[in-house]
Design a protein around this ligand. Sequence first.
Ligand SMILES: Nc1nc2c(c(=O)[nH]1)N(C=O)[C@@H](CNc1ccc(C(=O)N[C@@H](CCC(=O)O)C(=O)O)cc1)CN2
Ligand SMILES: Nc1ncnc2c1ncn2[C@@H]1O[C@H](COP(=O)(O)OP(=O)(O)OP(=O)(O)O)[C@@H](O)[C@H]1O
Length: 231
Amino acid sequence: MTSANPSNAGASLSEKKKDLRKSITARLRALDDSYVAAEASRLFPRLLALEEYTDSTCVSLYLSMPAKEVPTFPDLLEAVMTDGKGAEGRARDVYVPKVTGPAPGDMVMLPLSSPEDVSSFPVSKWGIPEPPLPPSLSPSLPPLDLVLVPGVAFDNKCNRLGHGKGYYDSFLSRLFASHAAAGRARPMTIGLALEEQMVASVPVDTFDLPLDAVVTPDKVYFRKDRERKGG
Ligand SMILES: Nc1nc2c(c(=O)[nH]1)N(C=O)[C@@H](CNc1ccc(C(=O)N[C@@H](CCC(=O)O)C(=O)O)cc1)CN2
Ligand SMILES: Nc1ncnc2c1ncn2[C@@H]1O[C@H](COP(=O)(O)OP(=O)(O)OP(=O)(O)O)[C@@H](O)[C@H]1O
């Protein structure tokens, strides 16, 4: 856990977010891939044991990028797509993000049919494999019951700082609205974080949505006032 930089106490919220992004990104860049892989293998059993995960049938998972974040493939992706604890013994349906433009609303979730498909995906400018856009895109959002969320920094209240484009904040608010309109339970949101990404306090704007939980290699943090599944 890192303390916030005391020298930016008077800075605006967006400057504080920028400073924190910069310092955590620099720290992450210094980590070895082998260390990150070993930390991820300590984290996965904690995630896979959560009720929010074992109860899930339709999951959004990010495909990790080279700038360090908890790697999600091949290991986690394979576990999620093949251990099939979903309803009626089905394997989970998995959706991955694709950025379609610069605005916060320009991120869609597309279905992934097999873990092997990832190796054929073109890589975006940030080094993220992304599925090609289908010829016609369904206007409705997928019936996700769990979203595994990437980020730059997290705190123990389950606040999250992303890369500053607002893609996930916007996506999650649309997803919650679409589930509510369809009478579906709100999907659970879980952040995946290396210990190096945990900070004392993430600066938050009104539009920033706290996650239900943050899983690290050492610990699971739950949001205090989180809504339990179905409640
Ligand atoms: N693996 C993964 N996939 C993801 C995300 C993510 O955070 N991780 N995203 C989550 O939104 C979306 C992609 N958004 C991104 C937005 C900006 C940068 C980025 O590196 N931007 C700056 C650096 C900003 C910074 O972090 O300081 C750059 O352009 O250099 C990366 C991903 C969708 N897919
Ligand atoms: N729900 C939303 N709808 C529309 N715009 C939003 C929403 N949430 C955030 N934004 C816009 O996105 C921009 C970036 O927000 P912020 O710095 O919180 O991104 P982030 O959470 O770090 O990034 P990301 O969600 O892409 O990982 C802000 O200028 C904000 O106005």
